[in-house]
Design a protein around this ligand. Structure first.
Ligand code: NAD
Length: 373
């Protein structure tokens, strides 16, 4: 890979490689953009097949974080880190502490959090070496599990999109398919059941399915049935790239709104959905609740403030869908444009020597906030 060419093409500011021989640490931190503030993004630990694969992943993920933070109205930039290794085998206290010292050298330009392969106990270890870490345990001023907030944000966004697609934000009676009943999917089922939605669920883990079926009277279907079913709303809450060449023409839902990251295998799949009249709510707009939650740790964590900010996902989704409709473009393009403009404006302010600031997007409508957790 021609790294500088890639960085220039996609606007990355900085990529840092770290190694620690004693602990076996091999980490890459990518800072995509800091116009709006320090780059916050999780640390993914994964047994990448090659260094190039790890590099591509961290570059792609860090850029996504810039857009996510910008759309969420946060005073944060986008960054991400990867550690090459198998968590169960390679993740030791020595490795995490060495990694914490690496983060410290960036002096706050990058702030980490948990991601695939890392969790709250790991963040607590990293905290021993640096303050530039979120997602630590509540006893250490942390915010705990972000999943209920991610699920709540998805619910707010789903309501906003339902208003546009169905002419009513009411979810009672809507047939919703939840794919993936892990941390977020489970909470989303609870919230949707509370709204009176008619739930169909699927997961590759039968125990997760049984629990949700029992608790929320949901109907279970096999994982491969998702693309054969017909319904109102499809909520992908498992893996990414579920809208791809094999599925995009088969989907028979009017709205796609879920927590999964990178739902579209490629941008062109978003164009096809648009042509087919299926509304896709861009992942990073609707699934920002978890980021909003950890970001609050930097302000002195208060759950009520998190709930209010997560409720604004409703407005962010409305704004994206408004622009998409007005300009007859797919929502993913509208979101990229809105987020890109905000980052660009902040960059222009900085160049003129003015604070970039991070005004919250106008949150006129804050829907009723329900209990989470
Ligand atoms: P998780 O690992 O807890 O849950 C994922 C679930 O999907 C698991 O139960 C797994 O068995 C199931 N699954 C995997 N493959 C499947 C398949 N083919 N069909 C059906 N089910 C399948 O993850 P999570 O934390 O709930 O996150 C879910 C998604 O939301 C991920 O894409 C994640 O990146 C994204 N996300 C999560 C958060 C958060 O706060 N946890 C925030 C933003 C985005």
């Amino acid at each position: 890979m021609q790294l500088f060419d890639y960085m220039m093409a996609h606007g990355h500011e900085q990529v840092v490689f770290f190694q620690d021989k004693d602990s076996g640490l091999k980490a890459i931190i990518a800072i995509h953009n800091t116009n709006l503030g320090p780059a916050l993004g999780g640390t993914r630990m994964w047994p990448y097949a090659s260094e190039e694969e790890a590099l591509v992943d961290v570059l792609r993920l860090s850029r996504g974080m810039t857009y996510k933070a910008a759309m969420a109205g946060l005073a944060l930039g986008g960054g991400k880190a990867v550690i090459i290794g198998t968590p169960a085998k390679d993740k030791t206290e020595a490795l995490l502490r060495a990694y914490g010292r690496c983060i410290a050298t960036l002096k706050g330009r990058y702030i980490t959090a948990e991601d695939v392969g890392t969790g709250q106990p790991d963040m607590d270890i990293i905290r021993q070496e640096t303050v530039y870490v979120t997602g630590v345990s509540p006893e250490k001023g942390g915010s705990g599990d972000p999943s209920p907030f991610t699920a709540l944000g998805v619910l707010h966004g789903m309501r906003a999109a339902a208003g546009v697609v169905f002419g009513s934000e009411e979810l009672a009676g809507r047939r919703v398919l939840v794919q993936g009943l892990g941390q977020v999917g489970r909470h989303l089922c609870r919230l949707l059941a509370g709204e009176g939605a008619v739930l169909t669920v699927t997961d590759i883990n039968p125990r997760a399915v049984d629990q949700v079926v029992k608790e929320y009277s949901a109907k279970a279907v096999a994982p491969d049935q998702v693309y054969a079913l017909e319904g109102d709303i499809y909520a992908p809450c498992a893996l990414g790239a579920v809208v791809n060449d094999a599925t995009v023409d088969r989907l028979k839902y009017r709205l796609i709104a879920g927590s999964a990251n990178n739902v579209l295998a490629e941008d062109r799949h978003g164009d096809i959905l648009h042509q087919r009249g299926i509304m896709y709510v861009p992942d990073y707009v609707i699934n920002a609740g978890g980021l909003i939650n950890v970001a609050e740790e930097l302000n002195g964590y208060q759950q009520q403030r998190v709930m209010e900010k997560v409720a604004r996902i409703y407005d962010h989704v409305r704004q994206v869908l408004f622009v998409a409709e007005k300009e007859n473009i797919p929502p993913y393009r509208a979101a990229d444009r809105l987020a890109g403009e905000r980052v660009h404006r902040a960059g222009a302010s900085l160049r003129m020597g003015m604070p970039a600031g991070a005004p919250e997007p106008s949150g006129k409508h804050v829907p009723e906030v329900r209990q989470v957790g």
